[in-house]
Design a protein around this ligand. Structure first.
Ligand code: PXP
Length: 238
């Protein structure tokens, strides 16, 4: 059964729009857990555009499932991760001007820094995942730097506009999952997944967890967060 990690960044986006305390990120996390989320994901961005340091600290001590902290390799953020000690840290590339994460981490180009950060986090008892494109060379680099988990970037699959492109991206993910599994990695995936395109992703073997945010928070506006999470969970266990 594929686990569901719910990314609640956009609950914080809504809160930050008015600079107040509602909607509560903690309340959202607890409601997501109550409705089937097996993990809560937040991205503490360097510009703090949504999730704040205090959110990470309070989620860490309140939620019953696993906290997955998405983060860059910036030293300040790495220090926060070590201090807060989430169950998992997912390293992602981060650019200031991007609307959302635009692609996988280039583990090959960033080997030296990434290896040091992975070592520091693993030493602190944190399970480390690397958000990468579904490419053989990146999978090999992830193994080389000692990351036990990877998360495949599904953005290109989600953005495919023709059936042909959709197939191409799907098989790219499928082959990469086979390769990563053979290498002994634990495989997560996410980005751009919604209630329709996730169905095909669920047929990919060896998937451990999917991290889904925008589509769930969007649906929550119309049906409530509990139902939005439960509907996604139902697809993942089907
Ligand atoms: N996984 C990673 C590494 C991400 O950066 C994001 C977006 O923050 C997600 C999953 C979730 O993507 P979405 O919000 O499009 O579901």
């Amino acid at each position: 059964m594929i686990k569901l990690g719910v990314n609640i960044d956009h609950v914080a986006t809504l809160r930050q729009a008015r600079g107040g305390i509602v909607p509560s990120v903690l309340e959202a996390a607890l409601l997501a857990e109550k409705n089937g989320a097996e993990g809560i994901t937040v991205h503490l961005r360097e510009d703090r555009r949504h999730i704040q340091d205090e959110d990470v600290r309070s989620l860490r001590t309140t939620i019953a499932t696993r906290l997955n902290l998405e983060m860059s390799v910036a030293p300040e953020i790495v220090d926060i991760a070590v201090a807060v000690n989430p169950a998992q840290a997912t390293l992602v590339p981060e650019k200031r001007a991007e609307l959302t994460t635009e692609g996988g981490l280039d583990v090959i180009a960033g080997t030296n820094t990434i290896e040091k950060v992975v070592y520091k986090l693993v030493k602190a008892g944190i399970a480390v995942s690397l958000f990468i494109d579904p490419e053989k060379s990146q999978i090999e680099a992830a193994c080389d730097v000692g990351a036990p988990y990877i998360e495949f970037h599904t953005g290109e699959y989600a953005n495919a506009s023709t059936d042909e492109e959709h197939d191409e991206q799907f098989y790219r993910l499928l082959m990469a999952a086979e390769y990563a599994h053979a290498k002994g990695l634990i495989i997560n995936a996410g980005h751009g997944l919604d209630y329709e395109n996730v169905k095909r992703i669920c047929t990919i073997p060896h998937l451990h967890e999917l991290n889904i945010g925008h589509s769930i928070v969007t649906r929550a506006i119309f049906v409530g967060l509990g139902q939005a999470v439960a509907e996604m969970k139902k697809i993942l266990i089907a």
